[in-house]
Design a protein around this ligand. Structure first.
Ligand code: GUN
Ligand code: ZN
Length: 435
């Protein structure tokens, strides 16, 4: 199947220089055809040079066509507790999150939850995600199966927690290792699925379990590691009590061989310079979760310090700590959090972190996050402005950055017209938006 879509093509080719609104590193091709041959992008042509009759041609002139967003940290079972009132991290986990996660022991709940979650990601313009299921093997299995059915690039793995969690949510070292090895055997590198060794956070794994996680990672080429680090001050103090020998919270993971160039560490708010140097040296990166950090009152992530230290930063919704699966809303929150520190992120920097920058940090550049020939056709069609306020603002915008910054700031999933994964349309907005 050869398909050409006419739209305004936008992708980021290299990390945009900080602070500059001129489109360095940004490739904007107004009124072009994006050529998709089968599952992959084949190239692009100017609007007035359509491809031949062997191409199916579809006209979306005026719409923005971009790589699908990458959400590098999000919890499938936590759709059930999104927008839960009144708690900081540790209370929120105990009061809302753990009871909801327990339900995913049931294969029917896990299967329905995975389908709902992945369809919701696609309906928000996210085509790749690094996902936490629950401690139950079946919850990871359900996600892998649902992603394969949709052709999605998915990174996930059974959550490890063998202490400080309620009944029904704890595993043990030997059982967890057997479950992980079986899941790796079945899913890691199969189609677009990749395995992430997933200790929830240092508090919920014994040192023996963290050591097992490190062995799994060493034994599994190409595996990812995902966890939480330094999110909340009470959490940081607790980790210091649990691991008195460690120099820092991050050092707990380093000591167990968990910091690799495929490690995704969510939050990283309360880190110091030595931690940042360790992240840079190992190639591990931070998933910045601004919506969650604001909602749970966790703190303001230091983007500038991370970037100055050479640490990559991707963007993540962290639903259900975060309050929206929309990466546009997440980026808008990220802008505001950084504005608190006087760091004005451009639309280019934000979009880079949610597309190509994330792909690079995950070592998936070339497959996702860009519109290069050969990349998978994971793309979204967006209306830049929906509704009278955004349309008025768009009409007054004088240049590209102004338009796209307003889209990022005012937009959400209602701006999304279509989502394509591997050249197949997986989401189409049911009704056109009212003006
Ligand atoms: N730390 C440990 N578990 C969690 C979780 O589920 N969400 C967030 N935001 N932080 C965590
Ligand atoms: Zn999280």
């Amino acid at each position: 199947m050869k398909r050409a879509t006419r739209a305004d093509l936008l992708d980021v080719t290299e990390a945009p220089p900080g602070g500059s609104t001129s489109p360095h590193g940004v490739r904007f091709r107004p009124d072009h055809w994006l050529l998709v041959d089968g599952a992959r992008i084949a190239g692009a042509l100017p609007g007035d040079q359509p491809p031949g009759d062997d191409w199916q041609r579809v006209d979306h002139r005026g719409r923005l066509l971009m790589p699908g967003f990458v959400d590098t940290h999000v919890h499938c079972p936590q759709l059930d507790v999104i927008a839960s009132y009144g708690a900081n991290l540790l209370d929120w986990l105990n009061t809302f999150t753990f009871p909801a996660e327990r339900r995913f022991a049931d294969p029917h709940v896990a299967k329905a939850g995975a389908a709902l979650f992945l369809d919701a990601l696609l309906a928000h313009g996210t085509t790749t995600a690094v996902v936490f299921p629950t401690v139950h093997k079946v919850s990871a299995e359900a996600l892998f199966e649902a992603a394969a059915a949709r052709g999605m690039r998915l990174v996930t793995g059974k959550v490890l927690m063998d202490r400080h969690a309620p009944d029904g949510l704890r595993d043990d070292v030997a059982g967890a290792e057997a479950d992980c090895r079986a899941l790796i055997e079945r899913w890691h590198g199969r189609g677009r699925s990749g395995y992430a060794v997933t200790p929830r956070f240092a508090a919920t794994s014994t040192p023996a379990q963290l050591a097992m996680a490190g062995r799994l990672l060493a034994d599994t080429p190409g595996a990812w590691m995902q966890t939480h680090v330094a999110e909340n001050r009470a959490e940081v103090a607790w980790i210091a009590e649990l691991f008195p020998e460690a120099r820092s919270y991050l050092d707990v993971y380093a000591r167990h061989g968990l910091l690799t160039d495929r490690a995704v560490l969510a939050h990283g708010i309360w880190l110091d310079d030595a931690d940042r140097a360790l992240l840079a040296a190992t190639g591990a990166h931070i998933a910045f979760c601004p919506s969650s950090n604001l909602f749970l009152g966790s703190g303001l992530f230091g983007w500038r310090a991370a970037r100055d230290a050479g640490v990559a930063v991707s963007m993540a919704s962290d639903v259900g700590g975060g309050t929206s699966l929309s990466m546009l809303r997440t980026l808008a929150d990220g802008y505001k959090v950084q504005a608190m520190a006087g760091n004005r992120l451009t639309a280019w920097a934000l979009l880079h972190a949610a597309t190509r920058g994330a792909a690079q940090a995950l070592r998936l550049d070339g497959e996702i996050g860009c519109l290069e020939p050969g990349a998978m056709a994971d793309v979204c069609l967006w209306d830049i402005a929906v509704g009278p306020v955004a349309q008025r603002r768009d009409a007054l915008a004088r240049e590209l950055h102004e338009r796209l910054f307003a889209w990022v700031t005012l937009g959400d999933e209602r701006n999304l017209a279509e989502t394509w994964v591997g050249g197949v349309r997986r989401y189409q907005r049911p009704t056109s938006p009212s003006a």
